[in-house]
Design a protein around this ligand. Sequence first.
Ligand code: NAD
Length: 372
Amino acid sequence: MRTRRNFIQKMGLSALGLYTFQGLNASSFSLLKQKAADGPVLRVALMGLGGYATRVAESMQQSGRAKITGLISGTPEKLKTWGAKYNVPEKSRYNYENFDAIRNNPDIDAVYVITPNALHHNQVIRSARAGKHVICEKPMGLNAKEGREMVEACKKAGKKLLVGYRMHFEPLTLEIHRMRTAGELGNIKFFQGLSGFRLGDPTQWRVNKALAGGGALMDIGIYALNGCRYMVGEEPVWVTAQETKTDPVKFKEGVDETITFQLGFPSGVTASCLSSYNMNNLDRFFLNGDKGFAELQPASSYGPIKGRTHKGPLDISSDRPQQAVQMDEMAAIILDDKKPVIPVDGEEGVRDLVLIDAIYKAVKTGGMIKLG
Ligand code: NAD
C-alpha cells in the first residue's frame, strides 16, 4: 500500500511539512508535521538583498539543510542590518565590486543570485570562478547564448549551477507530474498555461529593457513556458507567438506587456499560453489527456497551490514555505548529488531561454519557429 512516507520519498520531498492526501485510508492520513530535512548544511551567500531575497532569507530559517553564511549587496546599510539579523559576520559581507574574494572564504559553499535579470550572467560566472556553486534566479540569463556561457563557466569551474525553479519541488505540481508519468491521464493532448499579474510601479527594473532583458515573458510568462515542458513531458518542436500592447508608455520598445504563444510537441500535443503584465488573477495550468485532466489554480504563486484532477480535488498541503523546501532539496542536489524529479540545472534554464528567444523571434516575424 502506498504510504505517506513512500509518496513523499517518491516525490523526492523528504523535507515537506504538513500533508493531507485524498485517496489514503482515514487512519493513514491523519496530519503529519514533518521536520526540515537533516543532512550536511549548504552554506549560502545571498546576492541582491531585494524583495525576493527577503522572502528566501526568511524561508531559509525553516530549512534544515541551507543556511545564510554570506551576504552580497551594493547597499552598506543592508549589509549591516541583514548581517545582524542573520548573524553573518562582517568578514562574510561583500559588495558587487569585491565579492570575487569569497574565493578565500571557507564558510561559503554557494552563491544565490537574486538580482535583476541582466546581472545574472556576469554574477554567476564570477561566483563560479570564485570556486562556489551557484543558484541563480529565473530567468537564468537574457538569452540562450548567455545561458550556455553560464553553464560552461560552472562546468569549467567544476561547480553546480541550479535555477530557482521553486515549482519543481511543489507537492501538487509533483503529484500531477507523477500522475502523468504513471499514465493516469492517458495520452496527453493539450496544455494551457496562463501566467500574469498587473505590474505596478512603472519605474522598477522590470520595465527597464536593459535590466530585465524583456517584459512579462522573462519574469512571469516563464512559469507557463517552463510548466508546459514538465507538464507535457516533451520538448517543443515549434512555437508561434503574438504580442499585444495597450500601454506603450509603461511598456516601452522591447518590454512585452502581453504575449500569447503556442507550442507543438513531437507527439502532437499542443500548448497554448498567455504571459501578461496587465492582468490579475492569471495563474492557471490545465493539462488534458485522453483518460483525464489536471488543473492547478493558482499554479505558481507562493502558495497554497490548489488543484484538481478528473479524480477530484488534490488534497495535499504543506505548512512549510516553498523556498524552505526548495533550499533543502537544492542542498541535497549540490551536496549529495540527488537527482530531482524535475530538473533544475543550468541546462534546464537554457532550454527555457532557447524558447524565450524563439518566442521573441516569432513575435517579430509573425511566423512559426521550428526548434532543433
Ligand atoms: P527587487 O527589485 O526586489 O530586488 C533586486 C535587488 O537587486 C535589490 O536589492 C537591488 O538593490 C539589487 N540590485 C543590484 N544591482 C542592481 C541594479 N543595477 N539595478 C537594480 N537593482 C539592483 O527584485 P526581485 O523581485 O527580488 O527580483 C530579483 C530576481 O529574482 C529577478 O531575477 C526575478 O526574476 C527573480 N524573482 C524570482 C521569484 C521566484 O518566485 N522564483 C520571485 C521574484 C523575483
